[in-house]
Design a protein around this ligand. Structure first.
Ligand SMILES: Cc1cc2nc3c(=O)[nH]c(=O)nc-3n(C[C@H](O)[C@H](O)[C@H](O)COP(=O)(O)OP(=O)(O)OC[C@H]3O[C@@H](n4cnc5c(N)ncnc54)[C@H](O)[C@@H]3O)c2cc1C
Length: 438
């Protein structure tokens, strides 16, 4: 029997487990360790609460989780509770699937002012991640600036602009919903350093903005290249740009506006004790499509700045790390491998924060194949796997949460859901554990 520990129960962790099951059959025992008592990583705490059909992918992971040779070991943080070196002594292979949960810092003068928040924090707040339950973003302001031209920026802008009724059927956290309903934000600026042809926004997410109850998107057609140039784009981008162009013709009869500011490079955040304005420099594109400042500056009055400019994997002691790219140093998912065991990484911890949920699947399969060929089915040389982990955690007074426990937490969340919502999430680890009667 081979023993594999996967650290992180997000998509990358589950796809890796699924692939290992396919390759080894019953000849492998997999422990999936997560720092939270709840599984699924960003499916639970990143994917937008009003996109339930996307979140439903967790049903597929549930199948893997309920197999006899996969065990969820929740509420155990690798680092403080157990080290990677200790796990390497217990398992044939250790796979880091810890994602990239930290915001890349904005790094502008004034970006430490209250009212500047990263998207990991803001998204975590409305999605009930225990690290961000207490965020309390300032929504008592007229305008917000969302920095970034990807789908996360679109999620954030849409969530700021929706009415309470539009959250029907979502699992947005009740406290966040109340705060958003009471918000005085009327204008959401979405800023990108480059132009409409350089966005990283997908058509479905952009299209949604054109159908909001109380908000309308706004673009300036002067920012666009000639329409004929759209034919040079790949089909997805062409659709996205078509949506953007259509926004120019929407009636301006809604209370809120989502304003696309292209060729806009934030250079400073200013305010007395809190954010009051964002200073922006206009840019232009070089021949190789980089943005460069033109020297022309303007100011956007706003009381909230949300940066959606990417994420980083936090380093773990003893694991080689690539500081420039904010991820574990690895060669095709392999961090270190020898005859006694291997250390691997998958998903965002391997590649950095790019791609969709589905991108993590081939990634997990590839690493599972590497593990399988390095440690073929057979006796593991003295590794004790889960038994050893349990002994170690017990000695440290760490009480893990099993998958069946998580199902009880989930049932409790379902039981207290407001009408029309699938669940009301617990937003602290203490609440989750209390739901287990511990
Ligand atoms: C705001 C947002 C919205 C998104 N929306 C979509 C979408 O609509 N569609 C789409 O296809 N993709 C979307 N994505 C991308 C998708 O969520 C990612 O591709 C995917 O979640 C990455 O998977 P992962 O397993 O690498 O990381 P994660 O999902 O982040 O999982 C990492 C897991 O590791 C655990 N962990 C971290 N550190 C430790 C530790 N030290 N010890 C133990 N456990 C640890 C975490 O608790 C977490 O459960 C979105 C991403 C974001 C940020």
């Amino acid at each position: 029997m081979r023993h594999v520990a996967i650290i992180g129960s997000g998509p990358a962790g589950y796809y890796t487990a699924e692939a290992l099951q396919k390759l080894y059959g019953d000849e492998v025992q997999i422990d999936m360790i997560d720092r939270l008592p709840v599984p699924y990583g960003l499916i639970r705490s990143g994917v937008a609460p009003d996109h339930q059909s996307i979140k439903a992918v967790y049903r597929r992971y549930e199948k893997v989780a309920l197999s006899a040779n996969v065990r969820f070991v929740g509420n155990v943080c690798v680092g403080p509770d157990v080290t990677v070196a200790e796990l390497a002594g217990l398992y044939d292979a250790v796979v880091l699937a810890t994602g990239a949960p930290n915001d890349r810092p904005l790094g502008l003068p004034g970006s430490d002012l209250p009212g500047v928040v990263g998207s990991a924090a803001f998204v975590g707040w409305y999605n009930g991640h225990p690290d961000f339950a207490g965020l309390d973003p300032p929504l008592d302001v007229e305008a917000a600036a969302v920095i970034g031209n990807g789908n996360v920026a679109l999620d954030v802008a849409r969530i700021l602009a929706k009415t309470r009724a539009e959250f029907a059927g979502s699992d947005i956290v009740g406290r966040a919903l109340d705060a958003l309903e009471a918000s005085s934000i009327r204008t959401v600026h979405v800023l990108g350093r480059r132009g409409p042809h350089q966005i990283a926004m997908t058509p479905k997410e952009l299209g949604e903005l054109g159908h909001l109850e109380a908000a309308a998107p706004r673009v300036d057609l002067a920012d666009f290249p000639p329409e004929a140039d759209d034919s040079l784009l790949e089909p997805g981008m062409r659709k996205s740009v078509a949506h953007l162009r259509d926004f120019a013709h929407l009636p301006r009869d809604k209370a809120k506006t989502i304003d696309f500011d292209f060729f806009a490079m934030p250079v400073a955040v200013e305010g007395e004790g809190r954010v009051e304005r964002l200073i922006v420099e206009r840019t232009e594109l070089t021949d190789d499509l980089r943005s460069v400042g033109t020297g022309e500056r303007y100011s956007i009055p706003c009381g909230l700045v949300i940066s959606c400019i990417g994420y980083q994997t936090p380093p773990i002691e003893g694991v080689p790390y690539e500081h420039g790219r904010g991820r574990f140093a690895n060669q095709d998912g392999v961090i270190e491998a020898g005859p006694d065991g291997g250390l691997y990484c998958v998903g965002w911890a391997r590649r950095g924060p790019t791609g969709t949920i589905g991108t993590n699947r081939p990634d997990g399969f590839e690493v599972a194949e590497r593990i399988h060929s390095a440690f073929p089915p057979g006796a593991s040389g003295g590794k004790t796997g889960g038994l050893g982990l349990d002994t170690l955690l017990h000695a440290r007074g760490v009480e893990p949460v099993a998958f069946r426990d998580w199902q009880r937490i989930e049932a409790a969340e379902t039981g207290r859901a407001r009408e029309g919502s699938p669940r009301e999430k617990f937003t602290s680890i203490a609440e989750m554990i209390a739901a287990l009667g511990r």
